[in-house]
Design a protein around this ligand. Structure first.
Ligand code: AHR
Length: 659
């Protein structure tokens, strides 16, 4: 039905276009600045959904490394002909180690070969291994006296060894010790496995069994998947929002994201169930937990690495309103507000402050230069406003320089939105976060959404959006060109109104092909590979060519937002001295348009058009990762005129060097 509507829209526009295209040029006044583009304009939204963090960005290859999942041996098998009843026990030292109470005790008897005592881990839908790469194995152990050796092995799908090493525990006594060894892998395998087989005699306690590839981002030990971070770095995003999303809220308050629990040594970071674990019945992911190996320190560090402003979102005393909708009583809101205040201190405080000291201890004495924070994710209702007021007062009193992002709920219209939007604007909110998961037609017809917003009022953060080819979270909800070109068209309206919309981010960001819960998603991964969807390339193009100020562009003296199926915006970049014109042709036919440019500066004789064109159904995949991706062409500029042939269903960014 939606597809037919889209086709009809395009057809109607096409008829119009063939009549009008010859006579009516698009005009640009490159000297008429209408708004400034903030460096934060185009950013990314990260949430640990779809195995985005554990099993994704966080490069740990061992699932349930500390035996803290609901089922302590989930992901593990313990077997061997020498094991007797009671020889493998999960022990719980709740009183000594609240954050990481469980460990595995193994009695190893007369073990001399591979079949005697074995511990296998299945990884996150397998373990991706790379030929020639070194892997860092580490473990925490305790043994009364020496006697047991660990043979550490990477295996291919069939169980053949493809990387081996031996770890001989060096210490004994009543204390825990950490020790590591590295192994080099002999084969590239997508769904490998991991095994430890034991040799010798003795009792040994095991915890934090960990394996990382040697090629993490910036070669940091225990770090992030380099290929995934690189995809973000390549976009040069203006900001990164983290850690979500509904994950901030939790299914109930006890399950909410508590940033303070994500700091310090990884063995002290208390595991939490991932709230997406059982959210969708058709995509149950019962082995989805948050180890917080990717915690707030790492988020800030990643933001700094990729040159993005950090935008943490903090729980506002409310659990997800689609789930339990628990709220903390007003008189108990204090600790939540304190978390927000302490977060600023953690990010920006001197190393002599309590939280600044923790940042320094983790290896970053310099401040992270936090400038903004979101209070609540997608919360709504008077209960949200009531809590928000308390947070805002406390933050503004202590840190008036921090901009606060407010939620406008789940939808971009309707009673909930209207109520919140009006109230937040009355309260002079710094930034209001709007979310839209809508059909492509919505994006096309909302390209003018912000033209009528009050330019002097609260600013908008288009914090989560994605065009849906089908229902949210359905396997058939694809990241096809139809969705991406609709977003590109809509984004001309965001850019044109950059004085209203200061920030925007597509959502969700990552999805593991074997572990997703939600569709569509911007970047897809498996255990070895990554590819960007058409939507990724649209986001990247906007971000790379964001410019510094918006200039006037019109067709028939109106904004270019749907006439002849064209959508356009223009910016100049003061740093590169370029005029950058974005034009979407959402029709099935090529359109040749004259673009007349007014500028006091001299224009070049040619320009570069970076464009994407494709069939609306076209998608990218691991096999054809750049099927829908940009190409460059050079086009002639004659005097102040540019004859631009817009290919069918195309998104074009034309850059002219001003002289
Ligand atoms: O992006 C997926 C989810 O959509 C986010 O967690 C939530 O904020 C929204 O409902």
């Amino acid at each position: 039905m939606r597809r037919k509507y889209f086709a009809a829209l395009c057809l109607a526009a096409l008829t119009l276009s063939s009549r009008a295209q010859k006579s009516v040029p698009i005009t640009i006044n490159a000297d008429k600045v209408t708004a400034q583009v903030k460096p934060t304009m185009w950013g990314v939204f990260f949430e640990d959904i779809n195995m985005g963090a554990d099993g994704g960005l966080y490069a740990e290859l061992i699932k349930n490394r500390s035996f803290e999942f609901g089922m302590p041996l989930m992901g593990w098998t313990v077997k061997g002909k020498n094991l007797k009843e009671g020889d493998a026990l999960v022990l719980n030292r709740q009183q000594q180690q609240q954050a990481n109470p469980r460990f595995l005790r193994l009695n190893v008897r007369n073990a001399s070969s591979k079949n005697d005592v074995i511990l296998n881990n299945e990884g996150f839908r397998g373990i991706g291994t790379k030929k020639g790469l070194s892997y860092d194995f580490s473990i925490m152990y305790r043994q009364a006296s020496p006697g047991v050796k660990l043979h550490v092995e990477l295996q291919d799908e069939k169980g053949n060894a493809i990387g081996e090493s031996v770890l001989i525990p060096a210490e004994s006594g009543a204390e825990w010790h950490k020790q590591g060894v590295s192994l080099t892998c002999k084969a590239t395998v997508l769904k490998g496995k991991f095994q430890i087989w034991f040799e010798g005699n003795g009792t040994i306690d095991l915890d934090m069994i960990s394996l990382f590839p040697g090629d993490t981002w910036k070669s940091r030990k225990g770090g992030l998947r380099a290929d995934m971070v690189q995809m973000l770095a390549d976009m040069k995003p203006g900001f990164i929002r983290f850690p979500g999303g509904c994950i901030v809220e939790g299914r109930d308050l006890s399950n909410r994201y508590m940033w303070k629990k994500t700091l310090g040594p990884v063995e002290d970071r208390e595991l939490n169930i991932n709230r997406w674990n059982t959210e969708f019945k058709h995509r149950l992911t019962t082995d989805y937990y948050q180890t917080y190996g990717l915690g707030f320190f790492e988020y800030f560090q990643m933001a700094e690495d990729i040159g993005a402003e950090p935008l943490p979102i903090i729980n506002c005393g409310m659990a997800c309103q689609f789930n339990t909708a628990e709220v903390v009583p007003m008189e108990q809101l204090g600790p939540y507000v304190q978390d927000a205040l302490d977060l600023v201190e953690f990010a920006n405080g001197a190393v002599t402050t309590t939280w600044g000291k923790k940042r320094a201890e983790m290896g970053h004495p310099a401040p992270f230069n936090l400038k903004m924070m979101g209070i609540g994710n997608e919360n709504w209702g008077p209960q949200y406003l009531e809590r928000l007021v308390v947070f805002t007062k406390a933050l503004k009193e202590k840190y008036p320089e921090i901009k606060i992002v407010n939620s406008s709920g789940t939808d971009p219209n309707g009673d909930r939105f209207d109520y919140l939007n009006a109230s937040l604007r009355k309260n002079k909110a710094d930034l209001i976060d709007e979310h839209y998961y809508r059909a492509p037609e919505w994006f096309l017809s909302n390209a003018t959404r912000y033209d009528s917003y009050d330019k002097k009022g609260s600013k908008v953060f288009a914090g989560e959006y994605a065009a849906q080819s089908d229902g949210i979270a359905k396997p058939t909800n694809q990241n096809n060109w139809r969705t991406a070109i609709a977003e590109a068209a809509f984004m001309t309206g965001l850019e044109r109104n950059a004085d209203v919309v200061n920030m925007a981010s597509y959502a969700p960001l990552f999805a593991h092909v074997d572990g997703w819960q939600w569709t569509p998603d911007m970047i897809w991964v498996d255990d070895l590979h990554v590819y960007g969807t058409p939507n990724y390339y649209v986001q990247k193009m906007y971000s790379l060519y964001k410019g510094t100020s918006v200039v006037g562009i019109s067709l028939n003296n109106k904004v270019v937002a749907g006439q002849d199926s064209l959508y356009a915006s223009a910016v100049v970049d003061a740093k590169t001295n370029e005029l950058i014109v974005k034009v979407v042709n959402a029709s099935a036919n090529a359109q040749t348009r004259s673009i007349q440019i007014k500028s006091a500066k001299k224009l070049p004789v040619s320009a570069i058009n970076t464009y994407i064109t494709n069939d609306l159904k076209a998608v990218n995949s691991f096999e054809k990762s750049t099927n829908v991706s940009p190409q460059d062409e050079r086009i002639a500029v004659k005097g102040k005129n540019l004859a631009l042939t817009l290919k069918p269903y195309s998104f074009n960014i034309v850059r002219l060097q001003l002289k």
